[in-house]
Design a protein around this ligand. Structure first.
Ligand SMILES: C[S@@+](CC[C@H](N)C(=O)[O-])C[C@H]1O[C@@H](n2cnc3c(N)ncnc32)[C@H](O)[C@@H]1O
Length: 343
């Protein structure tokens, strides 16, 4: 079971077919879920369009959830009961954002914790951890996904690609000084990369206006060249390290003595083919040490549009460790994140 943005289920199903070669074509529920059967043994690679996964998901029909009987509880907490630390992620998938089902998910969560405490003493306060906190190594995650017809569930942990955040979503706080919501996309990318610009580093921001991404870099003390014809709205206390360049971001290259720049970040409204040209220009010639590049997806065949980019990166992005992801704060977009590994 894979979770994704609702409108990208078809792209994820295609990606699963192409990458994991399942025994049967994956099915799409319309709820932000893709069900893949007869997959080869895990580990499976992190997929571009997945936001979370439930390996070996089980199913409990609606009738068995209200209330949760002892039998249903022992299905969820099977006899090999966790002696490890554990946590619980109960949620509705992206296609079921309805109060009734969110409330029901919450109720299931509380009932499960109550039953676990009384029926499985070793799963009590010592071993249970809050889902939003830092989890100790080896923490097992019970995911329960409420949909109107019942609930999907399964145990997993990061070693099989289960993300340690409910629904795979990192909750980030918006900075009210940032001039656009796009700010959160770059913050999420930094979180995923485990890297961020530091004081004095050089950043080139292509398609920078009104300045959400520039703000994220300036607030960390970096120096930013913001390339855009549109107006920038950066708070005055951060403008000292900002240089605005009214130029075309597709062809813009800093002067030779500035290369490689520490960070290239780009968020222009350009088609995937043009984005590939940009990627070749910057990563193919090692013009940056880190890159975060947002790629807009077409309405038709988004997975097919991404494949040439992935295959170029696989063959040619030497000296970089990279990944592409439909981030939680992305819309119909994916984000390429790259970190220099040599040179
Ligand atoms: C989605 S907005 C960027 C938002 C920005 N990242 C932020 O956080 O506020 C896209 C921007 O790309 C700019 N843009 C599109 N094509 C461009 C090009 N060829 N060169 C420079 N800027 C471009 C547009 O002017 C627009 O300001």
């Amino acid at each position: 079971m894979f979770l994704c943005r609702t409108e990208l289920e078809g792209a994820l199903a295609e990606e699963i077919s192409h990458t994991l070669n399942p025994g049967k074509p994956p099915s799409i529920t319309g709820q932000g879920l893709v069900i893949a059967r007869d997959l080869p043994p895990s580990p499976w690679p992190d997929l571009i369009f997945e936001q979370q996964r439930i390996p070996h998901a089980g199913w409990i029909p609606h009738e068995q959830l209200k209330p949760i009987s002892d039998d249903t509880f022992s299905t969820l907490f099977p006899p090999h009961r966790p002696s490890n630390p554990w946590t619980l992620h109960v949620l509705c998938p992206s296609g079921i954002q309805d109060q009734q089902w969110s409330r029901s998910a919450k109720g299931i969560g509380s009932a499960l914790l109550r039953l676990a405490k009384s029926m499985v003493p070793e799963a009590g306060p010592g071993s249970y951890h809050q889902p939003e906190g830092d989890l100790p190594p080896g923490t097992r995650i019970l995911q329960v996904l409420r949909v109107p017809e019942g609930a999907w569930f399964g145990w997993g942990d990061p070693s099989v690609g289960v993300r340690p955040y409910p629904g795979g979503i990192i909750r980030l706080k918006f900075d009210s000084r940032a001039p656009s919501r796009s700010y959160l996309k770059l913050e999420e990318a930094f979180q995923r990369m485990g890297r961020e610009p530091t004081t004095g580093q050089w950043v080139v921001d292509l398609g920078a206006a009104p300045g959400g991404w520039t703000h994220a870099c300036l607030k960390r003390g970096a120096r930013v060249q913001a390339v855009d014809h549109g107006p920038m709205k950066i708070v005055s206390e951060l403008r000292q390290n900002l240089r605005i360049v009214k130029s075309n971001g597709i062809t813009y290259t800093p002067e030779a003595h500035q290369l490689p720049v520490d960070w290239l970040v780009a968020d222009m409204l350009i088609p995937p083919g043009t984005a590939l040209g940009l990627i070749k220009h910057w990563l193919g010639n090692h013009r940056c040490r880190h890159a975060v590049i947002n790629i807009k997806l077409p309405q038709q065949n988004p997975y097919q549009a991404v494949r040439p980019i992935a295959s170029w990166l696989q063959g040619q992005a030497r000296g970089y460790q990279w990944s592409m992801k439909n981030l939680h704060h992305d819309r119909r977009e994916i984000t390429l994140m790259a970190i220099e590994t040599s040179g």
